[in-house]
Design a protein around this ligand. Structure first.
Ligand SMILES: [Zn+2]
Length: 195
């Protein structure tokens, strides 16, 4: 395989990039200065070396503990549970939420071998047990897996004093949090319902 073919194959594996786009990008890099290729390669390596999961919530962070978790001005009594780190970015951009987050890193999918142990759930339980948490907002996506995961987490806190609510209102069924606009998110947050 030539180095060009290799790059095209690698790019085709990226989300949203088909063979055609992969080929176009690879030729673009080939035509560009060596500095462009080096800049891209360095940025990708830096990303993997400097960003890691926050020790508390699992969100991406350049520090051991992320900016949200270490900000005492944020409401420590609410934890919003999301599937992926990019969901945190979406909710932050809405400027409607001032609590904390917890990133599951996926959803329950027994057929694909993803059970509770594969997700960042045990840490959520200990956070709630040891913290001053009064409410958990389940903001998993309104998909079958997202709903199943929310239901599972809800059962874990059924006997506790913690209020468990679900953020799904207004979000299109099957739609990802990632693609929701700010207004929809704001409405979903304000209109969240008890589980
Ligand atoms: Zn954090």
């Amino acid at each position: 395989m030539t180095s060009l073919d290799r790059l095209i194959t690698l790019f085709s594996k990226l989300p949203g990039i088909g063979k055609k786009s992969a080929t176009r990008i690879a030729y673009f890099i080939l035509k560009s200065d060596a500095a462009v290729a080096k800049g891209l390669a360095d940025a990708m390596i830096d990303l993997k070396q400097t960003i890691r999961p926050c020790r508390v919530c699992g969100n991406y962070s350049e520090q051991d503990i992320c900016g949200v978790c270490s900000d005492r001005r944020r409401d420590q009594s609410v934890i919003c549970v999301v599937e992926q780190p990019q969901d945190v970015a979406v909710l932050e951009a809405s400027h409607e939420y001032n609590g904390l987050y917890h990133v599951l890193n996926g959803v329950l999918a027994p057929l694909d071998g993803v059970g509770p142990e594969q997700l960042n759930i045990a840490k959520l339980v200990s956070r709630v047990r040891n913290g001053e948490v009064a409410e958990i907002i389940l903001a998993t996506n309104p998909t079958v897996e997202g709903d199943t995961t929310a239901l599972y987490i809800h059962t874990l806190f059924k006997e506790s004093q913690v209020r468990v609510s679900r953020l799904a209102l207004g979000l299109p069924v099957g739609g990802d949090l990632e693609y929701a606009d700010k207004l929809t998110l704001a409405r979903s947050l304000r209109g969240r319902t008890n589980f």
